[in-house]
Design a protein around this ligand. Sequence first.
Ligand code: C5P
Length: 220
Amino acid sequence: MRRTSIIAIDGPAASGKSSTAQMVAEKLDYLHVDSGSLYRAATAAILRAQPNPDEWTERSVLDAARGVELRAARTSFYPVLDNRAIEEEIRGADVTRNVSRVAQMPRVREWVNAKVRDAAASSNVVVDGRDMGTVVFPEADLKIFLVADSRERAARRLRQRGTPTSEKLLDDETLRIIERDARDARQTVPAADAAIIDTTSLTQREQVERIVNLWIEQSG
Ligand code: C5P
């Protein structure tokens, strides 16, 4: 019998899942698990072993991903590759461009799901991704699905990067987000019992408050 609590936060690219999940976890004293970081770590691992994505197979990705582990820090789990933190590498453009290809591989999905379930077996967690509330934790205690307008998501991404921006950059980023949405569409579906929150005009703080309030209402 499971004794830990699970809050699952899903949604499309740049919907604010990970930063929101991290803040909810800190408020509740839970640990944050970002399932996307594992897909990204597997992609970073195979990019090191084979720079040409056309050569990748499910087998070669799984082999490369053998060096990936999920470690617990004070407020979150984070992936390491060959015992080294790889946060910067997994957020790079190369990984972002190729991660959806890796995420289409069924056995890679099983590999990620097993790691995320392991993490949740020993701690109260806020997990975020695409299919946490549907496939990985259909029994989650609270399910949230975040949505936001694609242009607003692109604007957030650019703000996050902190580099100067322009209409052209915003157009390009919006297009990249729409393309990634299309590639990830199959696994990005809200659970029937998820609360859907449109964050287009919400601040980060408001998103976090809504989720924490839902959790308090439900557990109270
Ligand atoms: O959330 P993030 O954008 O970091 O996820 C990176 C990629 O990992 C997504 O574009 C998607 O292809 C994949 N992913 C997934 N299922 C999840 C989490 C992420 O397919 N639960």
